[in-house]
Design a protein around this ligand. Structure first.
Ligand code: R5P
Length: 282
């Protein structure tokens, strides 16, 4: 039985269809003091698959409650799917006095589950914060699906070397093209410098891929450089279309017409479902 957090409704439905498993009648309510409660109604799951992205602190609490409600209802196995794992980017104490937030949330989640799947976390190493070690699901090949079949001499490019694997996975799934990456230096939480390498993009179609678009700074900078260098069509794709704050307008001002994202987060850009990639591990 699939138990969905409030931020993963569409994906949970896709997954239920993919696995031919029922969806639990989960309901969410907020008490007058502001506290949340997620109820699973009269569901009596044998295996409970809790599917809950955690882009907010409230979503984290819902996830812990769904795990607990499943156990309370007698589930013999609880599997937790984190389509988008919040706090994953704080995977180290970057300055004295900071927490390793990814570890803190992973410990809390581990306490309520038999195993955990995480879709394209910022760094695969976060899997080691879970006990037992989480399984990383790579949904990035799915991003090839909405691309036009007639890309001209395509380059699949990542805005930094860390996301080159995603560019390569999308290229492999597309079936043609080269890969390349830019050099990125982050100046603050919302400002980045992108330095082009020798990427030859003039007259070629470019697909810029990343794990996540958060503030949109990275992608806007990258797309601006591609325009200056005479790229033909530019397509933007990411696994997690977080698109926080003014990211949509920032991207639009940079000339991005369409962002292709997945349903790990429910946004207008959630063009592709990761359900088949997740189902393969269930
Ligand atoms: C960073 O290494 C990630 O791969 C993304 O490039 C980054 O998190 C995107 O963030 P933003 O949209 O805020 O630039």
């Amino acid at each position: 039985m699939i138990l969905s957090g409030s931020a993963s409704q569409s994906l949970a439905a896709e997954l239920a269809a993919e696995l031919d498993e029922p969806l639990a009648p989960v309901e969410f309510e907020r008490f007058p003091d502001g506290e949340l409660i997620a109820r699973i109604g009269d569901a009596t799951p044998d295996r409970a698959v809790v599917v809950a992205s955690t882009p907010t602190s409230d979503a984290h609490v819902e996830l812990l409650q769904l795990q607990d409600a499943a156990r309370e209802a007698g589930a013999s196995e609880v599997v937790t799917v984190l389509p988008y794992m919040g706090y994953a980017r704080q995977d180290a104490a970057f300055a004295p006095g900071e927490p390793v937030s990814a570890r803190a949330v992973a410990r809390a989640i581990s306490a309520g589950t038999d195993r955990t799947l995480v879709v394209n976390p910022h760094e695969d190493a976060v899997r080691d914060f879970f006990d037992p070690t989480a399984t990383v699901v790579d949904a990035s090949p799915r991003l090839a699906e909405p691309l036009p079949a007639d890309l001209v001499d395509p380059v699949f490019l990542s805005p930094d070397e860390g996301a080159l694997d995603i560019a390569a996975a999308v290229r492999d799934a597309y079936g043609a093209g080269e890969t390349d990456f830019f050099e990125k230096t982050r100046r603050s939480g919302s400002e980045v410098d992108i330095s082009p390498r020798d990427a030859a993009v003039e007259g070629r179609d470019v697909v810029v891929t990343d794990d996540i678009i958060a503030t949109g700074s990275t992608m806007s900078e990258a797309v601006g450089i591609l325009a200056d260098r005479g790229a033909a069509r530019v397509f933007v794709a990411c696994v997690h279309p977080l698109l926080a704050r003014n990211a949509p307008t920032k991207l639009s001002r940079a000339g991005v017409e369409t962002v292709y994202g997945t349903d790990t987060l429910e946004r207008a850009a959630s063009e592709v479902t990761v359900a088949p990639a997740v189902a393969a591990h269930l």
